[in-house]
Design a protein around this ligand. Structure first.
Ligand code: AFP
Length: 336
């Protein structure tokens, strides 16, 4: 019989998370409320990003609008939307955003048990040419005895209770892990709902794609140089790998998650900690990759073991298919 024209049993992200929560009798629904506020932020950014080119055409960006307010840049606007949505959820204590030098401490009357670290609009240098960009977030539970201090977000990534990203690409895709695997949801614009489209994502064990800014090769360390050399000139007679690099972490990691391979932003002589931020880039993506059966390595150890000391610190990162990361790990081990 022909497939139904319309599916009538839609697994929305809210329904999905409620189902997961029902497995924990102690759950109070706080996480569901928190997540729905993150989802709201993502929907806002998705809509704003899709209109970015038009905004330029009708002369909005950087100009005074009808209300006489100066138009804010998309990354600043996105940040404000997330901060306000997260505070109003009543479920957060501390927020760390890429856009804000200082952490935001939520006022006592609106405080809740969660702390959120996020990059509201990652890859923003790609906005003007219409390349995919994204939002990245990680969620910690405040420590039991804590009123909410910086120590609640200076926890290793393995302590996160959830992590995810939303990619504003040819469609708007939200990938989420609450620590029991990884699931992907696609925004149905006509419904305004994220629908489960990629259940239980597993990263392929091996991959044929490497993803790195090779323009930095001159300053790389030996293990990184050797790994990339092997991608191009395999020593075991296998075919060379393909290079794909968008320069937008969410898009590069999303492809790595679905197709396999490795994404890296290694240390180099000029940037001994690489470029990417530990708390809201490296940790959430490493959390997702491990939950999907892959690995995430810094050049010295497991990425999720890093104990951050400042909120905007950076870390080198190699993440992706289990076997690709295994290979770079053995090159670093041999180099010691
Ligand atoms: P922008 O927000 O400045 O575009 O930076 C994006 C990013 O933080 C991350 O999304 C990319 O993976 C990485 O930088 C790309 O960095 P390079 O331009 O040095 O390759």
């Amino acid at each position: 019989h022909a497939a139904e024209a319309h599916r009538t049993d839609l697994m929305t992200i809210t329904r999905f998370v409620l189902n997961e929560q029902s497995k924990h009798p102690e759950a109070r629904g706080d996480f569901t409320i928190l997540l729905s506020n993150i989802v709201l932020g993502c929907k806002f950014v998705c809509s704003a990003v899709s209109k970015a080119g038009l905004a330029k055409l009708i002369g909005l960006a950087g100009e005074i609008n009808v209300q006489g307010e100066e138009q804010k840049k998309l990354d600043v606007l996105s940040n404000e939307v997330f901060i306000k949505a997260l505070i109003s959820s009543g479920r957060t204590s501390i927020l760390v955003s890429e856009e804000n030098e200082q952490a935001t401490f939520v006022e006592p009357s609106k405080r809740g048990r969660y702390c959120v670290v996020f990059d509201p609009l990652d890859g923003s240098s790609n906005i003007d040419c219409g390349v995919s960009i994204g939002t990245i977030f990680g969620i910690y539970l405040r420590k039991d005895d804590s009123e909410g201090t910086l120590n609640d977000v200076l926890q290793p990534g393995k302590n996160m209770v959830a992590a995810g990203y939303c990619m504003y690409g040819s469609s708007c895709t939200l990938v989420l892990s609450t620590g029991t695997g990884v699931n992907g949801f696609t925004l149905d614009p006509s419904l305004g709902e994220f629908i489960l489209t990629h259940p239980d994502i597993k990263v392929p064990k091996k991959g044929k794609i490497y993803s790195v800014n090779e323009g930095n090769a001159k300053n790389w360390d030996e293990p990184t140089k050797k790994y990339v050399e092997r991608c191009k000139f395999p020593e075991d007679g296998s075919s060379p790998k393909s290079l794909r690099y968008i320069g937008s972490m969410v898009a590069d990691v999303h492809r790595t998650l679905l197709y396999g391979g490795i994404f890296m932003y290694p240390a180099d002589k000029k940037s001994p900690n690489g470029k990417l931020r530990t708390l809201y880039e490296v940790f959430p993506m490493s959390f997702l990759m491990e939950q999907a059966g892959g690995q995430a390595f810094t050049g010295t150890g497991r990425a999720l073991d890093i104990v951050p000391t400042t909120i905007h610190q950076r870390s080198p990162i190699f993440l992706g298919s289990f076997e690709e990361v295994e290979e770079i790990k053995s090159l670093y081990a041999a180099h010691e």
